[in-house]
Design a protein around this ligand. Structure first.
Ligand code: SF4
Length: 775
């Protein structure tokens, strides 16, 4: 894994032409008319107007389908007719597009030629209509029947030396029903190798919260946002990644709630927002959201949170009994004394230096926290993808425990999940480290002995494939190659496999980096009717706030050859396990009520699943911490002590984080513009502070190469355009997945093993071509 060179293009990376990048003034306000125009344009281009309107009116409605985008919840009761955001419309249009990728397309395009096309181009080709196979040494994918495809996979799986030589990945779009069947099949096959996209996003949140409050999920509901007096949004950009959250923040703000935004980049969405559905707002200025913005250094969050807590302790000393919630601390927590001693010892100089935030601003944030009786803390991947990610989140828990802000209305913790059912998939047992309690129940319900040995998470799976310890890779959704770090290394890992299989709706780069043989199995999307032997089916998902709800597609499937994800899993299980499995896969596939009945008997909180999910809006899963029952070993919420992370950067080094543009959703690229940051026509850009640019003699628009440094290894990503931006000194930001190539696979978060995509040490040099031209 050393000295990996990423030239452009490389077959594992999107070959985008960087010279087309234009830097323009950025939007001053999020939402509003530009959002409506973008939504209408996308719907029109991809779906046609009538189909587009019909589809969008069903999006996130109680009798409609769940957005395949992020996991932000819908209101429990009253929903508007347009209960979606610009991004949700783009996700849906992407899936419900009328364009098709047929077997003819694959006769015309071989894999090598497709590799030369950008991710954006691949995504724009349309829905895949038939199962296809890339046979050994073949240049083109070709059509295959479903039975042949299942048989091919079964032969490869059954010829492995051990079930642990197979890896079964899951993306966060997979429904509860498909996820439950999938993990059942995988465990009956004999392994716990179930990595998922959660390993790369909120695994750190799960680890941090389970350890300290006894539940790995957030503790708030959408209604709590209406009651909160202060909301802190840290390490998160809701305007781009969870846009409808802005409506909830706007509503909170109108109720008198104070908003504090903590992030290395100012984000338009947190500054000024116009609700696209409030016509009167279109002409006005919109709502100013954040009352206070703290432009923290990349990975300066532990220092900043310690600073806020130190200010709380000092305020408590000045007004004893007025600031800390002593009753809550005594009644519900443990570890306070040691924790308090650590905070008192932390030096203000270190806090301000490492956070990059002045004392006055820290005091201002502390004041908002002290004055609020009901506070919510929201966060996303700005906190979860650092070496000290678990510590980041546990410092939030510490802060909230100090004032008893967990387990009461209008207050609590809110890790905001990025993909619509990523939380539900984990609830269904998609986890490489299942508990014995879960396995006991699963085994007794289906009369088998599940494997107990923990499996590979995403990072370990890549390492195992690279070392040829895993030889078959199966992905239920997603774009594994682009979602994962260390792109060239991951590509090499996939190439070592005997077989790579992707269940997908559209073409992506992961289909082009294959094992000896490869399959693409096209599945139904959320928008489409799912007709099985017993009639039309619905599936269920769990959103970020643990609401389980039904999703009913209604469009005619993109092709008659598509299968639903549960049907694909059932077909695969029957072909692979044969008589080794006592499960009636055909029956389960024919009627998803039967799958839900089995889930109800295995997974806590799903009693009476079919009846309850039929209620409008679905049902909430139990959350003990919400009732101040902390299911930790001591039965108490735990204060934890953490060191302040320090980055010893050399004079020419920067701390880089990857971010998403406004025209993308995870690895799906919907366009080449990011109007919220003023970048148009390209994605290979690096955002830098003007003072740093001045010191290094970089000009805006200049082409540079990026070099990451980790344990003596250097990784290179060439041809990035410098964009001057408001970002702390010695910090840099680049788009994901273009710079995943710079993220070392072995650079992972403590405890959660999440790749450290938000603090990558890089240096920046003028691009080699530019140097040559000047010499
Ligand atoms: S906020 Fe998220 S879930 Fe809601 S419509 Fe937008 S992308 Fe979809």
């Amino acid at each position: 894994m050393s000295d990996q060179e990423s030239t452009t293009p490389s077959s594992a990376q999107s070959p985008e032409e960087p010279s087309l990048v234009q830097i323009k003034p950025m939007s001053k306000v999020a939402g509003g008319v530009p959002s409506i125009i973008a939504t209408a344009r996308t719907a029109w281009n991809e779906m046609g107007m009538a189909r587009g309107v019909r589809t969008l009116l069903k999006l996130n409605q109680q009798a409609g389908f769940d957005c395949p985008g992020c996991a932000w919840p819908e209101p429990d009761k009253e929903r508007s007719h347009a209960e979606f955001c610009e991004n949700g419309a783009k996700h849906v249009a992407d899936e419900a597009t009328t364009k098709r990728v047929t077997p003819e397309f694959f006769r015309k395009w071989n894999v090598a030629d497709l590799s030369g096309k950008s991710d954006y181009w691949l995504g724009k080709q349309g829905r895949i209509t038939n199962p296809i196979v890339l046979r050994r040494r073949a240049t083109n994918y070709e059509q295959i029947t479903w039975d042949e495809a299942f048989a091919l996979i079964a032969v490869e799986l059954n010829s492995l030396n051990h079930p642990d030589e197979a890896v079964f990945y899951t993306s966060g779009r997979t429904s509860n029903e498909a996820a439950f069947l999938y993990q059942l099949f995988v465990r009956q096959f004999g392994t716990n190798n179930l990595p998922d996209c959660s390993n790369m996003c909120h695994e750190s949140s799960g680890s941090a919260l389970s350890e300290t409050i006894g539940v790995g999920k957030g503790t708030v509901t959408l209604e709590d946002f209406n009651l909160a007096r202060a909301i802190f949004v840290i390490g998160q950009n809701p305007g781009t990644n969870h846009p409808r959250m802005l409506s909830a923040l706007q509503k909170a703000k109108r109720n008198g709630c104070k908003l504090v935004h903590i992030n290395p980049l100012p984000e338009v969405g947190m500054k000024q927002f116009k609700h696209p559905q409030e016509v009167l707002e279109w002409l006005g200025e919109g709502t100013t959201l954040a009352d206070l913005f703290l432009q923290v250094r990349i990975n300066g969050d532990v220092a900043l949170l310690k600073g806020i807590m130190k200010a709380l302790f000092e305020a408590e000393e000045r007004s004893p009994g007025q600031v800390l919630d002593q009753e809550f601390i005594k009644g519900y927590t443990s570890g306070f004394e040691e924790f308090a001693a650590g905070i008192k010892k932390a030096s203000w100089d270190k806090i301000t230096e490492q956070s990059g935030i002045a004392r006055m601003q820290i005091d201002a944030a502390a004041q908002v926290f002290i004055e609020s009786e009901r506070t919510i803390f929201c966060w996303a991947m700005g906190l979860t993808q650092h070496k000290n990610a678990v510590a980041n989140i546990q410092e939030i828990v510490n802060l909230m425990l100090l004032r008893g802000q967990i387990g009461k209305p209008g207050a609590g913790l809110c890790p905001v999940r990025g993909h619509s059912n990523v939380q539900g998939d984990r609830t269904m047992g998609i986890w490489e480290r299942p508990t014995d309690t879960f396995l006991d129940k699963l085994g007794s319900e289906f009369d088998f002995e599940p494997p107990r040995r923990h499996g590979y998470d995403t990072v370990k799976a890549i390492e195992a494939m690279h070392a040829k310890k895993a030889r078959v890779f199966f992905a239920l959704g997603g774009n594994f190659l682009s979602a994962t770090p260390d792109t060239e290394y991951t590509a090499e890992a996939l190439r070592q496999c005997k077989l790579t299989v992707h269940v997908s709706t559209k073409l992506n780069r992961a289909h082009l980096i294959t094992g000896e043989q490869a399959l693409i199995l096209p599945c139904l999307g959320r928008t489409e009717t799912d007709l099985q032997a017993s009639g039309p089916q619905f599936v269920t998902t769990e959103n970020s706030m643990a609401v389980v709800q039904a999703s009913r597609g209604f469009l005619r499937p993109a092709s008659e050859e598509l299968l639903s994800e549960p049907a694909i899993v059932a077909g695969l299980a029957s072909a692979t396990l044969g008589e080794r499995s006592q499960v009636d896969w055909e029956e389960l596939k024919s009627n998803y009520d039967l799958i839900r009945d089995r889930i109800a008997r295995v997974v806590p909180g799903f009693d009476d699943y079919n009846a309850r999910v039929g209620q409008p809006g679905g049902f909430y899963l139990p959350n003990a911490a919400r009732q101040r029952t902390f299911k930790t070993a001591s039965g108490r919420a735990i204060f934890t002590v953490h060191a302040m992370p320090k980055h010893d950067l050399k004079a020419d080094q920067y701390l880089m984080m990857t971010i998403r543009s406004h025209d993308q959703f995870n690895t799906s690229i919907y366009g080449l513009d990011d109007r919220y940051r003023g970048v148009y026509g390209g994605r290979r850009v690096v955002f830098l502070n003007r003072d740093d640019m001045h010191c290094e003699n970089f000009a805006g628009g200049q082409m540079v190469d990026l070099f990451s440094h980790f344990e003596g290894e250097e990784r290179i990503a060439r041809h990035f355009v410098v964009v001057p931006y408001s970002i702390p000194r010695r910090c840099a930001a680049t788009y994901f997945p273009e710079t995943n190539v710079l993220v070392p696979l072995r650079s992972v978060a403590d405890k959660s093993n999440t790749p450290v995509s938000k603090s990558v040490v890089i240096s920046i040099r003028p691009s080699s071509e530019e140097r040559n031209a000047n010499s």
